[in-house]
Each structure stands twice: as structure tokens, then as C-alpha cells.
Design a protein around this ligand. Structure first.
Ligand code: GTP
Ligand code: MG
Length: 194
């Protein structure tokens, strides 16, 4: 994955707006404020390519980024944020579900989870749903810089058990330090080959 050449493509609010063509896509999903946009900036080595905010609900559309003329990375709106208008939230969920269900370009969903917290019901539901749909998904536990090494290990084991994944099938990450970045890039490559 060549991150030297990256550009913003489009903010998508409906299926009709999705980019045409058959470039492979990798989508980044997770609860509001978990650090999806930060992780993308870290991955692409850009400071402000993707809008980041301390206030949850910052990303409100499917945002497409073209990487190395080779693939699209897709920043998805976060879920599980109650303060967003209920009707609006349902509409987003509908769009994201339809996108994930029908998009032939989609190779993998990176499911981003805060390493500090226990697995939330919404994460469990999304993971189960992706599994049932046969959509490849990769759990990434982020914000590891906020925990001590011991706590990192303990929390990771709890999340592994709750998700039913083995340690080799997930990654720890920090957008602050860049830890896990190279591993994640290498892992994503494998989804592009299949
Ligand atoms: P929405 O778009 O609202 O769903 O949020 P998001 O998941 O895109 O989160 P975003 O990247 O905007 O980050 C939310 C907050 O967490 C910001 O204040 C970030 O600076 C912070 N943050 C994200 N990743 C990390 C990390 O790895 N370490 C630390 N210490 N802070 C992080
Ligand atoms: Mg965001």
C-alpha cells in the first residue's frame, strides 16, 4: 500500500453517490469517538487529511480516500452515539448497512475498538453481523498509549474473549505513537490480494 500518494475523493451520503469503478475498498468502522479518523491519518501519515474531533459524531458520511491509485480507504460514521438525532442515526445505519451488504469492492472492514473499555453491545452486534454476512473483518484495539503494558495485555485478552478472536487475528494500535501501523498496513495488503 503506497501511502505517499493520497487524496480525498468524496463524502458519500447515499448509495447512488458511491465511486464508480472496481478499485478495492477497505472500510473503517467503530463506535463514535473511538479514533477511526485518527487511525486513518496515522496510517496515511497525514496530520489533517481526515477530520478528527474530541466531540463524538464528527464523521457523518462515508468518506473515501484514494491511496496510491490502488485502493480506497473508507472512513465510516461512528455508531452508538446517543446524542445524535434518532432519525438521523437510523438513516446513517441504513446507509452503512446497505453499503456493507452490497458493495462488491469491499475487501475488509477494520473494526476499531477502544482498548481501554469492555466490548460494547454495538461492537458485538457489528462483529456478529459481519461474520454472518461473510464479510472479512479485522479487529484493531486502539488508544493503547493510554494504558500500561500490563493493562494492555489484560484488556486485549478480555476483548479477544468477548469477540471470540485469537491474538493472531487482531492488532493493537496507537494513533499517537504509530505503534501497530506497519503491522496494520501489512495485514491490509493480504486482503487486497484475495
Ligand atoms: P467520529 O468520527 O466522531 O465517530 O470519531 P472517530 O472515531 O473518527 O474518532 P477521532 O479520530 O475523531 O478521535 C476522537 C478523539 O480520540 C480525538 O480527541 C483523538 O485525538 C483521540 N484519539 C484517537 N486515537 C487516539 C490514540 O490512539 N491515542 C490517544 N491518546 N488518543 C486518540
Ligand atoms: Mg471520524
Amino acid at each position: 500500500i503506497q501511502v505517499e500518494k493520497v487524496s480525498f475523493v468524496d463524502s458519500v451520503f447515499s448509495l447512488a453517490q458511491l465511486p464508480v469503478g472496481d478499485l478495492p475498498e477497505i472500510a473503517f468502522a467503530g463506535r463514535s469517538n473511538v479514533g477511526k479518523s485518527s487511525l486513518l491519518n496515522c496510517l496515511l501519515r497525514r496530520k489533517n487529511l481526515v477530520k478528527v474531533s474530541a466531540r463524538p459524531g464528527k464523521t457523518q458520511s462515508l468518506n473515501f480516500y484514494l491511496v496510491g491509485d490502488q485502493l480506497h480507504l473508507v472512513d465510516l460514521p461512528g455508531y452508538g452515539f446517543a446524542r445524535v438525532d434518532k432519525r438521523l442515526q437510523a438513516k446513517w445505519q441504513e446507509l452503512i448497512t446497505a453499503y456493507l451488504e452490497t458493495r462488491p469492492n469491499l475487501r475488509c472492514v477494520v473494526l476499531i475498538i477502544d482498548l481501554r473499555h469492555a466490548l460494547k453491545e454495538s461492537d458485538r452486534m457489528l462483529a456478529g453481523w459481519l461474520q454472518a454476512q461473510g464479510i472479512p473483518w479485522l479487529p484493531v484495539y486502539t488508544k493503547k498509549d493510554k494504558l500500561s503494558r500490563n493493562q494492555q495485555q489484560r484488556q486485549a485478552r478480555l476483548l479477544d474473549a468477548a469477540l471470540g478472536v485469537s491474538p493472531k487475528d487482531r492488532l493493537l494500535f496507537s494513533s499517537l505513537s504509530g505503534e501497530g501501523r506497519q503491522e496494520l498496513l501489512e495485514r491490509l495488503e493480504t486482503y487486497l490480494m484475495s
